[in-house]
Design a protein around this ligand. Structure first.
Ligand SMILES: NC(=O)c1ccc[n+]([C@@H]2O[C@H](COP(=O)([O-])OP(=O)(O)OC[C@H]3O[C@@H](n4cnc5c(N)ncnc54)[C@H](O)[C@@H]3O)[C@@H](O)[C@H]2O)c1
Ligand SMILES: O=C(O)[C@@H](O)[C@@H](O)[C@H](O)[C@@H](O)CO
Length: 342
């Protein structure tokens, strides 16, 4: 245990997800060992963590002294061996399965016998534990980008993971202020990516078929269900909207939704041409014409505002926003008989 009474954790991989996870644990008082391939890239990761900590100070989510202590709790290494003392280890290297298998097999030999070994990737634990002897301690802890600003972690064990490991992983993640959600059964993409990609498949299909422009499709979502989904999930939304209505409309609509098992050729062609979005200046949108970094900053600011609300106890799961009193003009829950105008 360190001076904060917390433990030591290690993150393997110092890219966008790895350095974000390191920051989140260090802010919560853990000693962190961030492991990467080169001193140069680790230096870059520490600079990014420093810049992010400053943003948290500016947003009054962190004091200057806490930001300094958090930065001081992170040490770096280029050796996997440096994870030996950690009780919680998270792998965040690129989506290269051979590399992940190799890292997990080595970690199993290097780490303490009571250490938990987690993958931050969208892949289930059973994909990365194939060369591990102690498979009972391998678990998926799928973070969202950017982990400093999005609280969710999808936690999912394989058939070999013990219940105690699932419980301890959730306790650790909950203890650092993240929102762990347990998925009981391994399924590709867990929950978030299944739903994100179902929506993306339909959005790409509408764009590729010329039904509407990319701007129009994004605007429809941003100004409607995008806002609503931050407060009520899809299943709650359907119950609030009236399950009968949603059921009957689903029966009309579902047969016409896109069911392709490949992304549209127009998207494939962009990727083949290395038009990969904001970093390359062009994707579906032309980012030479549009302000990509401005959009990223605006999104960070808005996500930071949500964290400020969470901290003030306005997380809908912690302190539900009071439902307005039923008034003559009618803010009654839908579904009550009087609410029906038929
Ligand atoms: N980017 C996202 O939106 C996102 C979201 C959730 C989960 N993930 C998952 O997180 C993982 C990492 O993704 P990312 O986007 O951070 O990738 P990234 O390419 O930004 O970072 C990967 C990092 O791993 C380092 N690395 C490579 N080989 C290594 C090794 N042998 N030892 C130590 N470090 C090594 C690289 O130098 C790099 O810094 C992936 O499994 C990805 O699926 C990514
Ligand atoms: O933040 C996201 O959108 C991510 O969950 C995805 O980008 C995704 O997890 C992939 O990297 C695969 O892990």
């Amino acid at each position: 245990m360190n001076a904060s009474g917390l433990g030591t954790m290690a993150v393997i991989g110092n890219g966008v997800i790895g350095h974000g996870i390191a920051e989140v644990f260090a802010k919560a008082g853990w000693d962190v060992c961030l492991i990467g391939r080169s001193q140069d890239s680790l230096k870059g990761a520490l600079q990014q963590i420093g810049a992010s900590l400053n943003e948290f100070v500016q947003a009054e989510l962190l004091s200057t002294s806490s930001a300094k202590s958090a930065a001081a709790r992170i040490r770096t290494s280029t050796e996997l061996q440096a994870a030996a003392a950690a009780e919680f280890v998270i792998e965040a290297v690129p989506e290269d399965m051979e590399l992940k298998l190799d890292i997990f097999s080595k970690l199993d030999g290097i780490c303490r016998s009571d250490a938990l070994l987690a993958t931050s990737s969208g892949h289930p634990a059973s994909c990365v534990d194939k060369c591990v002897e102690h498979r009972e301690r391998v678990i998926a802890a799928h973070f969202w980008y950017p982990p400093q600003l999005l609280p969710l972690v999808e936690v999912c064990g394989s058939g070999a993971t013990t219940k105690a490991v699932v419980v301890r992983t959730c306790a650790i993640l909950g203890g650092i202020g993240m929102k762990p959600v347990v998925i009981d059964c391994e399924v590709p993409g867990f929950i978030g990516n299944r739903i994100q990609f179902a929506a993306l498949r339909e959005a790409w299909a509408l764009w590729a078929a010329g039904v509407a422009s990319a701007e129009a499709i994004d605007s429809v979502i941003r100004y409607s269900i995008g806002r609503r989904l931050a407060v009520t999930g899809p299943i709650e939304s359907a119950d609030l909207g009236g399950l009968d209505t949603m059921y009957h409309f689903a029966r009309f609509l579902l047969p016409s939704l896109d069911t392709s098992s490949e992304p549209p050729e127009q998207v494939a062609a962009l990727v083949r041409g290395r038009h990969c979005g904001v970093p390359s200046g062009k994707g579906v949108y032309d980012w030479f014409e549009r302000d990509g970094s401005g959009l990223l900053s605006a999104r960070r600011r808005e996500l930071m505002r949500w964290l400020q609300m969470d901290q003030k106890g306005r997380d809908p799961d912690k302190a539900p926003t009071p439902v307005p009193q039923i008034s003559a003009s009618g803010t009654k829950p839908r579904g009550s008989d009087e609410d029906r105008l038929d």
